[in-house]
Design a protein. Sequence first.
Length: 129
Amino acid sequence: MDTPSPRTSTSSGSPYESSIGFSRAVRLGDAISVSGTGPVWPDGEVDPDPVAQARRCWQIALTALAELGGRPEDVVRTRQYVVDAALAEPVGAVHGEVFGRVRPASTMVVVGLLDPRWLVEVELDAVVT
């Protein structure tokens, strides 16, 4: 009988992690899931530019992925949440910068987000092979 893989997680220091009760990312075996990630800088600031926000989101998410042993090439699914359909092109272009060679399955949805300054939030799933 196989021994279950240990569950590991990482934090990004978001104040919501402890109050809501979640981890930035969790690894179980070969699977890594990165939670919804908003465009917040360490000082709490948020750049108003949607392209800068998308880049910041992916930077945070990919850092969490790396902390658990994953690489962008391991990403199999991404989700992007935007507050306006007009943001699909600029936010999608950033996704293309990050994942153009990897080409994971992906979804983009128009939603309302937790912080009114946020125009985009992202999440990802990866399988480390």
